[in-house]
Ligand binder design. Structure first.
Ligand code: ADP
Ligand code: MG
Length: 296
């Protein structure tokens, strides 16, 4: 009898194991053995298939890849950013960029998907959503005739909303430029490239950069060039330069670097930079208002 009872209890416990509501893949042992499968933001290098280059900036290179764990070409397309070798930016900076993007959740900011470590964790890549139209520069070059003033204002207001969100988290982008705006669809753009992004200390209104490095000076506000000071205001200045790029269809002839007309810019963007003449209350929110009025 006792044997039968023991057998019965075994059957019952087996039943519990077999019909447990928690799938096997959720068990702690399974998780420990398969860390990559458990963490959805951890991409395994062996499943990442290279497709084509997407672009190169100052520090990184971005590639289109398919993440294909099943190996049957059904995996999704992702954009993978790596540090370019021999660049001044370090792995530590790159880690900061990854951390920054991972906490940003906004419709107007490129979506973080995760990271991918190489064998032995010697290098790391940032995995993002893939935006098929690429940067605003290429998009405007190829779609000049489809982008009217209204569409440009829409793009401008979306960039502004993304920047407003960044400001609420005390971030300064520091590299706002058309090359770092990505086009998701013909009516949606997103801010990308948080490689130079800094957070403003709580007791300050600006961030002073001490690290040497290549700087996008033609997008820089005067105080950034002169005193290495960066603030929400200097981001607003760079936004002004982006407006110039946008409304000149990113034409090479009008490229801020090429024509070097910073002084002309100064006059053009002063009203944006110092609304109300005070210069102290500059924010993306204030910049956005007139844009939304124009869009009405
Ligand atoms: P860097 O820090 O080197 O400037 P970026 O992050 O700006 O690197 O990326 C370089 C270029 O790669 C961009 O200008 C854009 O053309 C392309 N790119 C970047 N991210 C994506 C993406 N998610 N989808 C499509 N193209 C992208
Ligand atoms: Mg860039």
């Amino acid at each position: 009898r006792s044997i039968i009872r023991q057998l019965n209890s075994l059957i019952t416990s087996d039943y519990v194991i077999l019909h447990a509501t928690e799938p096997v893949t959720q068990s702690p042992v399974w998780r420990a053995l398969n860390p990559a499968q458990h963490d959805q933001t951890l991409f395994e290098e062996r499943h990442l298939r290279y497709i084509s280059p997407l672009g190169k900036g100052n520090f990184g290179s971005v590639e289109l890849c398919r993440y294909d764990p099943l190996g049957d070409n059904t995996g999704e397309l992702v954009a993978v950013k790596k540090l370019q070798p021999n660049k001044q930016s370090t792995l530590e900076d790159f880690q900061k960029e990854v951390n920054t993007l991972s906490v940003l959740h906004c419709d107007y900011i490129v979506k973080y998907r995760g990271v991918c470590y190489s064998m032995g964790r010697l290098s790391m890549s940032l995995v993002m959503e893939y935006l098929p139209h690429g940067s605003l520069i290429g998009y405007l070059e190829n779609n000049r005739h489809n982008v009217n003033t209204r569409r440009m204002l829409l793009f401008a207001s979306q960039i502004c909303k993304g920047m407003e969100y960044l400001q609420t988290l005390r971030y300064i982008h520091r590299d706002l430029a058309a090359r770092n705006i990505l086009v998701a669809s013909e009516s949606l753009v997103k801010i990308a490239d948080f490689g130079l992004t800094k957070i403003i200390p709580f007791d300050k209104e600006y961030y002073r950069v001490t690290q040497p490095g290549e700087s996008p000076i033609f997008w820089y506000a005067p105080e950034s060039i002169n005193d290495s000071k960066f603030s929400h205001k200097s981001d607003v200045w760079s936004f002004g330069i982006v407006l110039h790029e946008l409304f000149s269809y990113c034409d090479m002839v009008s490229n801020p670097k090429r024509v070097r007309i910073m002084y002309k810019f100064t006059y053009f963007f002063l009203p944006l930079y110092f609304p109300g003449g005070g210069g102290l209350k500059v924010s993306m929110e204030k910049t956005l208002k007139p844009l939304l009025e124009l869009l009405k």
